[in-house]
Write a protein that binds this ligand. Structure first.
Ligand SMILES: Cc1cc2nc3c(=O)[nH]c(=O)nc-3n(C[C@H](O)[C@H](O)[C@H](O)COP(=O)(O)OP(=O)(O)OC[C@H]3O[C@@H](n4cnc5c(N)ncnc54)[C@H](O)[C@@H]3O)c2cc1C
Length: 433
């Protein structure tokens, strides 16, 4: 991989006229997030040259913990990520669902058996570590050129493919390729240009994120378990990341305010008012009282699109199908997209327009179903009173094994699959973090 502009400057050798390989096999990717980097690696492994244009001048370790379910891990392992992931991930034994008021366990989903059950492990990781692993894999592939500090502003389609107009610290530039993949996230400019639909819808839920050093918390909090506490109007998730050295804590609460960005500072005292003592056990509130620094971001999603490709331009990940994080599948869907996109383009290298249409067809129904599942969990997670009691009873009666089996269609997915059918809508007891 060639890396340019890590201080917002392009070296002369990497200016577009020299850096961009001939357009005949070049794919342009807008955005070096989880989806964009995975797509670049998968495309390079299928014989394409890839130019990744990223607006950030430095790829920072932003975000919070990410659960990498077996469907995502299967793709990452296929791209050679396993040894690097080993050092920074944790394999949870289970997802433990708890009642907020007492801390008592409602049910335990045995995700630790995922390798046996799904043929790939269930892992948890810090988003920044995942991005670093992907970056390291991209660096090993000379056919990937990553240009940092380069924002994609616009594009023009022509008979040889597409030309992308960008701007950076050194001014504007153009890059040409066979196809453009908009992997530029929730606020995608490529999507605005391609679809021109309404902006993302605020969900009026805010995620509060903090990291605690593992050696500063009691052993129970360091256990390899994903703990999910369900309370009225809010839920709390915590699990170890960075190979067990940090504890990722995320609380999601209803909120009328919609802050944008990933890193607005949060006031721990304000968070505690949203998870009050009358509904939250002392152990949960004690954990919430510990971090000195909280970061907040508002949650958004969008209704599914009927189409997201036109000619040689398509979307991937949050740009195509943003979803609420209540099924822990946003990054996983971006990773799946990347695998299917590379496969579709490899099958029809001479006809990228048809390949992108094929990619979209493979992905549309599944991503819409997963998004709908996340919305259902949004309703189920934050119940209070008798409705919450019914939910908890339903989960207990179902048991962890059968609750996990309701997610086989998500976790059992294989690239170029079709072997795992999309399910009928589940009820509110189908709770997953
Ligand atoms: C609280 C919370 C918890 C979550 N937990 C999970 C989880 O457990 N499991 C899971 O699978 N998912 C989870 N997600 C979702 C996941 O984080 C996202 O779905 C995922 O990061 C989307 O990846 P992406 O590559 O599509 O977009 P992003 O990661 O947002 O990357 C987009 C990239 O494009 C760049 N960019 C933007 N505009 C431009 C432009 N014009 N030109 C060039 N570059 C541009 C950005 O700088 C960025 O680097 C969670 C989300 C939240 C909010």
């Amino acid at each position: 991989m060639r890396l340019a502009g890590n201080q917002g400057r392009l070296t002369p050798a990497l200016r577009p006229t020299h850096a961009v390989p001939p357009a005949s096999r070049t794919i342009i990717v807008a955005g070096a997030g989880i989806g964009g980097l995975t797509a670049a690696i998968a495309l390079a492994d299928r014989g394409f040259r890839v130019v990744v244009l990223e607006q950030a001048t430095v790829l920072e370790a932003t975000g919070a913990g990410i659960q990498l379910s077996p469907n995502a891990m299967r793709v990452l392992i296929g791209l050679g990520a396993a040894p690097r992931l080993e050092a920074v991930t944790v394999t949870p034994e289970a997802v433990r669902v708890r009642r907020a008021a007492t801390g008592s366990e409602i049910v335990r989903l045995p995700v630790g058996d995922s390798e046996l059950r799904y043929g790939a492990p269930y892992r948890v990781i810090h988003r920044g570590d995942l991005q670093a692993v992907l970056l390291a894999l991209a660096r090993q592939r000379p056919d990937i050129a990553l240009v940092l500090g380069m924002r994609v502003d616009d594009y023009a389609v022509h008979r040889n493919g597409v030309t992308v107009a960008c701007s950076g610290a050194d001014g504007t530039s153009e890059h040409s390729g066979l196809a453009l993949i908009g992997a530029d996230g929730l606020w995608s400019r490529v999507r605005a240009r391609l679809i021109g639909d309404a902006p993302p819808r605020p969900a009026y839920r805010t995620a509060w994120r903090a990291l605690l050093p593992a050696d500063a918390v009691e052993p129970a909090l360091r256990a390899p378990i994903v703990d999910l506490w369900l309370g009225p109007g809010a839920h709390l998730v915590h699990y170890p990341v960075r190979g067990g050295r940090l504890i990722n804590v995320v609380a999601i609460a209803h909120d009328r305010e919609a802050v944008t960005g990933w890193s607005a500072p949060g006031d721990g005292a304000a968070l505690l008012t949203r998870l009050p003592a009358r509904s939250w056990a002392p152990a949960a509130r004690d954990l919430l009282a510990r971090p000195e620094q909280w970061l907040r971001w508002a949650l958004y999603d969008r209704p599914p699109l009927a189409r997201w490709s036109r000619g040689p331009v398509t979307l991937l990940g949050d740009a195509a199908h943003p979803m609420l994080p209540f099924l822990a599948q946003g990054a996983a869907m971006a990773i799946e997209d990347a695998a299917e996109l590379a496969d579709a383009l490899a099958l029809r290298p001479g006809d990228p327009v048809a390949a992108l249409a094929d990619y979209e067809t493979r992905r549309r129904r599944r991503t819409a179903a997963v998004r709908a599942g996340a919305r259902r969990n949004d309703r189920g997670y934050h119940l209070g009173g008798p409705a919450a009691a019914v939910r908890d009873l339903g989960m207990r009666m179902l048991g962890g094994d059968r609750l996990l089996a309701r997610h086989d269609w998500i976790y059992g997915w294989h690239p170029r699959g079709g072997d795992v059918p999309v399910p009928a809508p589940a009820d509110a007891t189908a709770v997953r973090p």
